[in-house]
Write a protein that binds this ligand. Structure first.
Ligand code: SF4
Length: 68
């Protein structure tokens, strides 16, 4: 599954890291980034924790790319 982050929509609430700390980390200002890359999209093995993290984002800053 491919996940995109849209940092402009992130309000630094921290929920995505709670659900999927293996995937999501934050810049010093609290805005979301992937744990191990500065890229704004990344492919992961499908995992419930990732789907929960994406669903939990209150602002739509995380998206699953359904075309992949
Ligand atoms: S759940 Fe959404 S708004 Fe909250 S920190 Fe993660 S990306 Fe940002």
């Amino acid at each position: 599954m491919k996940i995109k982050i849209i940092p402009d929509k992130c309000i630094a609430c921290g929920l995505c890291h709670i659900h999927a700390p293996e995937a999501f980390d934050y810049h010093d200002n609290g805005i979301v980034k992937f744990y191990d890359t500065q890229d704004q999209e990344k492919t992961f093995p499908d995992a419930p924790s990732l789907r929960t993290a994406v669903k939990s984002c209150p602002t739509g800053a995380l998206k699953i790319d359904k075309d992949i």
